[in-house]
Write a protein that binds this ligand. Structure first.
Ligand SMILES: C[S@@+](CC[C@H](N)C(=O)[O-])C[C@H]1O[C@@H](n2cnc3c(N)ncnc32)[C@H](O)[C@@H]1O
Length: 206
């Protein structure tokens, strides 16, 4: 069953800022430099949509953005964002359910895969992979465990909280990196944040 972030839409950004300060924003903004002018972009699981304003700050026009969010309340908040002269299509649905007419130059998955079991993760990855053009760019940000106890404790608390509050389907972090490797992507940039707990990677499809 799909998660439901409707319950958390009104406090999600405040809570993440309380726990992580600016780290979640910085981690995602770091990757936006890899978006070329005129790109056709797919954003999956963009939350309250602040990323749209960050993209628009860098590129106020010329982008075509398809914004797919499964939570109706998150989508509604996103629709209020300033997107300049970029053309944005909002779709309130699960990313695995949508079949757009055109493929994309760029896919953005910010803290999307940490919501899923391995099975859903593979299904979503394969679906997104099929929507990205050859030589396309995939910008992924997520948590990673690097062996520190505090990371495991914090992650467990987050999973418990979002399980109760938003009914996310998993209670464990499954690294998505093997999917990228298996499908022949290569890393063009990467950077860690919040003492290595967050990793941002820009991949290129062959
Ligand atoms: C952990 S939140 C991250 C939100 C945002 N990217 C951020 O960093 O502030 C995950 C988001 O993905 C959305 N989501 C979860 N599963 C999804 C799916 N299958 N398709 C589209 N969106 C999904 C949730 O509704 C939620 O807004």
């Amino acid at each position: 069953m799909a998660s439901n972030y409707d319950n958390s839409a009104w406090f999600y950004d405040s809570l993440s800022q309380f726990v992580y300060g600016k780290a979640l924003v910085k981690a995602q903004v770091y990757l936006l430099q890899y978006i070329q002018a005129g790109s056709n972009i797919l954003i999956a699981g963009g939350g309250t949509g602040w990323i749209l304003e960050e993209i628009t700050r860098l590129q106020p026009s010329g982008l075509q953005i398809t914004y797919v969010e499964v939570s109706a309340k998150m989508t509604a908040l996103s629709q209020k964002r300033n997107t300049g002269n970029n053309q944005v299509t909002f779709i309130n649905d699960a990313i695995e359910q949508i079949n757009p007419a055109n493929d994309f130059d760029v896919i953005i998955t910010p803290f999307l895969f940490d919501n899923f079991t391995v099975q859903t993760q593979q299904l979503v990855f394969n679906h997104l992979n099929s929507l990205l053009k050859p030589n396309g760019i995939w910008l992924n940000t997520d948590f990673q465990l690097t062996g520190k106890l505090w990371q495991s404790v914090l992650l467990k608390c987050m999973f418990l909280f979002f399980k109760i509050w938003c009914n996310i389907e998993t209670t464990q972090l499954h690294q998505v990196e093997p999917c990228f490797v298996k499908n022949g992507y290569y890393t063009i940039a990467n950077k860690t944040f919040f003492a290595n707990f967050i990793i941002s990677k820009a991949y290129k499809k062959k």
